[in-house]
Design a binder for this molecule. Sequence first.
Ligand code: NAD
Ligand code: UDP
Length: 308
Amino acid sequence: MKILVTGGAGFIGSHLCKYLLEKEDEVICLDNLFTGSKKNILPLLSNPNFEFIRHDITTPILLEVDQIYNLACPASPPHYQYNPIKTIKCSTLGMINMLGLAKRTNARILQASTSEVYGDPLQHPQKETYFGNVNCNGIRSCYDEGKRVAETLMFDYHRQNKVDIKVIRIFNTFGENMAVNDGRVVSNFIIQALKNEPITIYGTGKQTRSFCYVSDLINGMHKMMNTENFTGPVNLGNPEEFTMLELAEKIIKLTNSSSTIIYKELPKDDPTQRKPDISLAKEKLNWQPSIDLDTGLQKTIEYFKQVI
Ligand code: NAD
Ligand code: UDP
């Protein structure tokens, strides 16, 4: 199978490329290296089945492929808010380009959508049938609304042009290869704890998230891509829910750190609670996460010890 992974030099993308190569697929990794890094794919470059193309998906590209995993999009709030117009172009123009490629080559395409399509959810836990509670003109909208339009485009290309689509909604995922400057909570807290610097909690720390270790996610993504007669959307995440204060305390303990906790202003539209309902993934994909938060954190801590 010849597989295109856009965003393949990023955090999740680099794990996916490695996983696909281990399955003996041919992988084309396409990335503009905005938040991704060549370092993440360095061990893969010597594999003859691996090819890296530096390219931006907002510009069309001609390739011949059997499957497309569309992951290209900055994912951490500081990164997607750095150039919001570019972020929304990535999920709209970029999505149209990738769907055009899928249509021309008859490739199956999987879109990395997000729990952010539920916004600041009023339904808890979130099921795929929930339409969400999203601000359309706030600082998170470039990402949230971009990803919502991307889902709309996926389903319109499916209905109108019979493109073979798969939509997964990824909930907070963490692990090795997250960038040191990523800015998301798990990497921020681990780096702060390892440096014995204050842990920065935004707001009261009572807001919740549910964290999935990356290998569980990759397994779910691959299952979804290779399951017949199911377009999704399907939630992929770990339903164990924690407050940010609990996460900070856990990381301080696991790193044996002398860090204190400091409180900073809560960014606007920061969701209050988030936890996936994964009954659909269990039913359709026979998938559920197997790595608990402590185990995943330990692996991630070891990684950051090496890189900082
Ligand atoms: P990441 O920032 O590490 O990876 C994104 C990759 O896309 C980077 O390598 C970046 O350079 C590349 N990229 C960005 N814009 C591009 C463009 N226009 N053209 C080509 N490449 C481009 O983030 P990640 O956590 O690995 O996220 C991967 C995907 O999964 C994203 O689409 C993200 O929205 C989605 N997702 C991630 C999470 C999570 O918790 N990690 C949750 C929900 C959804
Ligand atoms: N957060 C925090 N300190 C940090 C980074 C993030 O308290 O240094 C909070 C953030 O406000 C949010 C939660 O942690 O409530 C998860 O943030 P992240 O950016 O990881 O992801 P998202 O908000 O997109 O789920």
